[in-house]
Write a new protein. Structure first.
Length: 53
């Protein structure tokens, strides 16, 4: 199951396409879509991760 999104489509049209898709199973992938909010800068996070090695 897939949809084609072009650069000319706005967010509302894309959301409508996603809502129109039939859902299979119990996994809701829409709750994992979006951006994350970081409490630190990405550079600081990367430095911490590399320090752990």
């Amino acid at each position: 199951m897939s949809i084609t999104v072009t650069s000319k489509e706005d967010k509302l049209l894309i959301d409508k396409k996603l809502d129109d898709l039939e859902k299979k199973g119990k996994f809701d992938s829409r709750k994992h879509v979006g951006t994350i909010e970081l409490k630190e800068s990405p550079i600081k996070i990367q430095e911490k991760m590399r320090d752990e090695w």
